[in-house]
Design a protein around this ligand. Structure first.
Ligand code: IPE
Ligand code: IPE
Ligand code: MG
Length: 233
């Protein structure tokens, strides 16, 4: 099958709730952290595929503000994977042509992770290419509150456009397509403001099993949608 990018119509901004790692591991009699490791590999594959087909922005939900309630060893395993990914990315970002941003509130993260995020930020602006946003200690409500606080300190006219700039996504375009694997049909506090007019795609496939073929199916579905934005055609 030709890459969807070939015929145009590829969403400019794709957002993914990377869900189902735990169930994937359970099905195989493995510890949940094995599911997170498999999910991290899927993320790499899908990010590369998105770049190949011409997606400009990819935003993935890696750890929510609510995920801290999980057992400590699971939280630690996820943080270790993220740290490993960030370290590798810092070395490879320029070569891979990927602009990496970490969205969310960094203040609750370990000093090591916070330092890696600062390092990433320092490099990413000089990289040309697809932007990958990894949402880490991210919650849509938390983001809106942080933005409201920052805006009230700065002052100025309160318009939707002005307010958007205080969100973690700043000047980025809103997501066109939000994908949630694993069979859950909910948003779980992801990009609440930004997904106002996003198209949603749900699939039963668990995130570690998600493949470029699955992404093609999501894009195919997206292309058939009639985006009216409240208007009539
Ligand atoms: C998504 O997979 C990863 C995180 C939320 C960190 P889950 O760990 O939620 O997997 P399930 O939903 O339990 O299968
Ligand atoms: C959403 O998945 C968060 C991430 C994928 C990072 P959850 O597994 O935390 O969401 P719920 O609990 O099913 O709503
Ligand atoms: Mg889940």
């Amino acid at each position: 099958m030709a890459a969807p990018g070939a015929g145009g119509g590829v969403p400019r901004h794709i957002a993914i709730i990377m869900d189902g790692n735990g169930r994937w591991a359970k099905k195989r009699g493995l510890p949940r952290k094995a599911g997170h490791a498999a999910g991290a590999e899927t993320f790499r594959k899908i990010a590369t595929y998105c770049k190949d087909i011409g997606v400009e922005y990819l935003t993935v939900y890696a750890f929510s503000t609510e995920n801290w309630t999980r057992p400590q060893d699971e939280v630690q395993a996820i943080m270790d994977l993220l740290e490993k990914y960030l370290k590798e990315s810092i070395e490879k970002m320029e070569k891979d042509g990927i602009r990496l941003r970490i969205l969310g509130d960094p203040t609750r993260l370990s000093p090591g992770l916070q330092a890696l995020i600062r390092e990433t930020d320092a490099i990413t602006d000089r990289v040309q290419g697809m932007q990958v946003n990894v949402c880490l200690n991210y919650g849509g409500r938390d983001e809106i509150l942080r933005a409201a606080k920052a805006w009230s300190e700065a002052g100025g006219e309160m318009t939707q456009e002005a307010f958007s700039r205080y969100l973690d996504t700043g000047m980025m375009p809103d997501p066109d397509l939000v994908i949630r694997p694993s069979g859950e049909c909910r948003i779980s506090n992801f990009l609440l403001w930004q997904s106002a007019y996003a198209e949603f795609y749900f699939t039963d496939v668990l995130w570690p099993d998600f493949s470029p073929r699955e992404l093609d199916l999501a894009i195919e579905s997206f292309r058939k949608r009639d985006r009216r934005y409240g208007g009539v055609k």
